[in-house]
Design a protein around this ligand. Structure first.
Ligand SMILES: NS(=O)(=O)c1ccc(B(O)O)cc1
Ligand SMILES: [Zn+2]
Length: 258
């Protein structure tokens, strides 16, 4: 029988690789020499309250650490942002092997994994679901992970992963300060983009940190022990949960540094 599968569907998400009519899709390759230094970009100010941490869960795409976003206790402000944004969750994307795994690339180089800290514009919108639909609704900080020294802050997450091995499992996670996962170097790139998993809405101001954090092989391997599948289903290892690169189209990537 002719393969009638739609070749442009991404195997992982059974969704279009590109949004028809999409002009600001993510992820993209960041060509360092094409990025434009913007002297008006402010430093990004990050203030998280570790007690807003709620739980870790496996949603079948990644594992997410979710936060209480009912108040302004965990927020970011400044950088390219006109308002302050509330932290809702963070999660990762990674590969089956260390040669790939990140969603964004820098000069076409993949990192073995990428952290996304997802925030929404609580000044202009009543909740996350509304903000997801708006061009300035979300701000996601991207942090690259590279193979190196063991990351003690990440280890507390890694130790919890066996409890969320299957899709739709969740465990309580009372105190965690995600700023330990963000490099102290203030340098970042920023551009207008989208969510990288469905609903792929073009509502994200991306803030990609120039410096990666270091994690060790065992910590990356721990990510790869997670499953896309629910308990009782045939096991499929959660790896390569990153979206293919999307066209830059009519966008400029700005840098906060020379
Ligand atoms: N991978 S991502 O940070 O672009 C992202 C964030 C949130 C959601 B979502 O809440 O559906 C989807 C993708
Ligand atoms: Zn993501």
């Amino acid at each position: 029988r002719k393969n009638t599968r739609n070749a442009s569907l991404h195997p992982l998400w059974q969704s279009p690789l590109t949004i028809p009519g999409g002009t600001r899709q993510s992820p993209i390759n960041i060509q360092w020499r094409d990025s434009v230094y913007d002297p008006f970009l402010k430093p990004l100010k990050i203030s998280y309250d570790p007690t807003t941490c709620l739980h870790i869960w496996n949603n079948g795409y990644s594992f997410l650490v979710e936060f209480d976003d009912s108040t302004d206790r965990s927020i970011i402000v400044g950088g390219p942002l006109e308002n302050q944004y509330r932290l809702k969750q963070f999660h990762f994307h990674w590969g089956a092997i260390n040669d790939w795994g990140s969603e964004h690339t820098v000069d076409s180089k993949f990192y073995p994994a990428e952290l996304h800290l997802v925030h929404w514009n609580a000044v202009e919108y009543p909740n996350f679901e509304e903000a997801v639909m708006e061009g300035n609704g979300l701000a996601v900080i991207g942090v690259f992970l590279k193979l190196g020294a063991r990351h003690e802050g990440l280890q507390t997450l890694v130790d919890a992963l066996p409890a969320v091995r299957h899709k739709d499992t969740v465990i309580e996670f009372d105190v965690f300060d995600p700023s330990c996962l963000i490099p102290s170097c203030p340098d970042y790139w920023t551009y207008a983009g989208s969510l990288t998993t469905p609903p792929l809405t073009e509502s994200v101001t991306w803030i990609i940190k120039k410096k990666p954090i270091e994690v060790d092989e065992d910590q990356l391997e721990a990510f790869r022990t997670l499953l896309f599948t629910s308990d009782g289903e045939e096991e499929r290892r959660m790896v390569d949960n990153f979206r293919p690169l999307q066209p830059l189209m009519n966008r400029t990537v700005r840098s906060s540094f020379h």
